[in-house]
Write a protein that binds this ligand. Structure first.
Ligand code: NG1
Ligand code: ZN
Length: 546
């Protein structure tokens, strides 16, 4: 074993050395920074994925992507056996291995093996996937070399969306009970359920089966194109930003959500239903121009409420006894939370930012719908709920209406990628619900009106001086900041604001909402100035958003 680890250190030092002392941390979405700073990290994460696979005796995934970030960035995240994000205790181990000095690589590996009771040589299998960034193939090779250096086996899926990789990992680790662990398995599972739900009437009421899609010039555009072969003509998706331009540049779900404006290169007519994916196709937002030509955004909160409402209806109609819960973060628009509580009548939970928190909380419900406001989310069904739905769908002795609703629920589970938020699967889910309700985009939007809101970023010397509590809704450090925020917020009608350190960028994020856009902007700006003042702001003083 010592020999093996020594050779692995040698390869790491020669081919993928750690070139600077810069500390890097496994954050909300794994490691994410400039691609050129990541080669040693990728090699080491290959090693770590193999170790994790040995420990769990299961397939582990390595996804190379920086999601919605610009092209010079890249990143890596590990996928645990059930398709979920890497367990928190291993995030610490990942950080330690990524930051080990070149000459300490072998001893750090030994220590990880020993502390976690891992015997090297046990079969390890790692699935590797990457997004379309120019830096991704080289980084994928570094990960593959890392895996092989400790005798792990690799399946390289090439360019795939993040949720596809999660799907493949889950399929293989469930002995294919969840589906076939390849692209064909993914496309055919989702598309057959989608087509069966849609039936032969592609349009229904105000719903028309065509939409425009902004592919963010990323993997989602490629995969949607391929998916169209399976979907046939039951839905017409016209793809813009389909890969000729720069990834995420002036387009993609994050651009649309944060700037609250349409992507470039997409003609938008009044009433046309349009959607944006992000760079690795795990986020989805919708938008349209209303009859006055105003840009209207339908974000993750709108998707969550639409989907939860539909599932609740089907559960009621089928007569099965299952509870539905909805999980949000502090970024959820105040109007959405009010709508869920007062109109939808669904239990709502608030957790800190980061999909792993939402996912785990959602698992506590029979049927848990979770979405971040930025459009990342999915629906998870407990095993018992899946069994109940399956039985009701198969029970022909039930009254026809109940049985039909159960059958729809049963099919809906296959449209949904339960392993993680999946923009393509979510898009087909939204389209299914709109089709079933006979709604166009305006009817969907009419459920509630978002409070105007604004996000800002503040650069500070060390973002970790900001500490939060209560699902990030209150700031406990630096001292005095929260009471300052409270007094600023008190000046605004329907005002709400909170601050938190980003887990993916070196900034503090400020969120604000209020009764008008001008007030939301003003509130965000005043809070940003306080953060700058009390948390050691650096660079330009935050200016009022335009
Ligand atoms: P940070 O940078 O921690 O705010 C962002 C998103 C998260 C999550 C991660 C992972 C916002 C405000 N934050 O995290 O929700 O999606 O990226 O991609 O959207
Ligand atoms: Zn993403």
């Amino acid at each position: 074993m010592a020999d093996l680890l020594n050779k692995s250190q040698q390869l790491g030092t020669e081919k993928y050395p750690r070139k600077s002392e810069k500390w890097i941390q496994y954050g909300t979405a794994g490691f994410r920074t400039k691609a050129e700073e990541l080669t040693h990290v990728l090699y080491r994460m290959g090693i770590l994925a193999a170790f994790r696979s040995m420990q769990k005796n299961a397939i582990i995934g390595v996804m190379i992507t920086a999601s919605h970030n610009d092209e010079p960035d890249n990143g890596v995240k590990l996928v645990d056996p059930h398709g979920e994000m890497l367990e928190a205790s291993w995030e610490v181990i990942a950080t330690k291995l990524a930051n080990a000095k070149n000459e300490d690589l072998e001893s750090t590996m030994s220590q990880i093996l020993e502390e976690n009771g891992i015997t090297i040589g046990t079969n390890a299998m790692v699935y590797v996937g990457r997004d379309t960034r120019p830096s991704s193939p080289f980084l994928a090779q570094a990960a593959i070399d890392g895996i092989k250096s400790v005798q792990g086996c690799v399946t390289d899926f090439g360019v795939v969306s993040t949720p596809q990789l999660h799907f493949f990992v889950t399929c293989q680790n469930t002995n294919k009970a969840y589906g076939e662990p390849n692209e064909e398995g993914y496309f055919s599972k989702i598309s057959s359920a989608f087509k069966a739900l849609r039936g032969s009437n592609y349009d229904n009421g105000s719903y028309q089966h065509s939409l425009s899609l902004d592919g963010a010039n990323g993997v989602g555009a490629l995969k949607m194109k391929a998916f169209q072969e399976y979907l046939g003509n039951c839905i017409e998706v016209t793809i813009y930003n389909s890969g000729d331009g720069k990834l995420n540049y002036q387009c993609g779900a994050d651009h649309v959500k944060v700037l609250q404006k349409p992507p470039q290169n997409m003609p938008l007519e009044v009433g046309t239903r349009a959607a944006s994916l992000d760079g690795d196709a795990d986020r989805l937002v919708y938008f349209y121009l209303d009859t006055q030509g105003n840009f209207k955004l339908l974000d993750g909160d709108k998707i969550a409420t639409l989907v939860a409402g539909y599932i609740k209806k089907l559960i009621k109609e089928s007569g099965v006894n299952l509870n539905v819960g909805l999980v949000q973060t502090a970024y959820a628009n105040g109007s959405s939370t009010e709508y869920i509580n007062n109109t939808l009548g669904v239990e709502v939970a608030c957790v800190p930012t980061g999909v792993k928190y939402l996912h785990h909380r959602a698992l506590e419900f029979d049927v848990g719908v979770y979405f971040e406001a930025n459009g990342h989310g999915t629906v998870v069904f407990s095993s018992a709920a899946m069994e109940t739905i399956k039985n009701a769908a198969a029970d022909e002795s039930l009254p026809a209406e109940r049985n039909a609703a159960a059958k729809q629920l049963f099919l809906l589970m296959d449209v949904i990628n339960q392993t993680v938020g999946d923009a393509i699967s979510d898009l087909l889910l939204v389209e299914t619900v709109l089709h079933a309700f006979g709604w166009g985009v305006a009817e969907w939007d009419a459920a509630y009106t978002d409070l105007p809101n604004r996000q800002m970023k503040v650069s500070v010397a060390d973002r970790n001086v900001i500490q939060t509590a209560d699902a990030e809704r209150r700031c406990t450090d630096p001292p005095g900041l929260q009471s300052e925020i409270d007094s600023i917020v008190a000046k605004f009608n329907k005002g709400r604001s909170f601050v938190r350190p980003s887990g993916t960028e070196d900034v503090v994020r400020v969120y604000a909402e209020a009764d008008s856009q001008a007030n939301a902007d003003k509130l965000a700006h005043e809070v940003a100035l306080k953060v700058y003042e009390l948390a050691n702001g650096v660079g330009n003083v935050p200016s009022l958003p335009k």
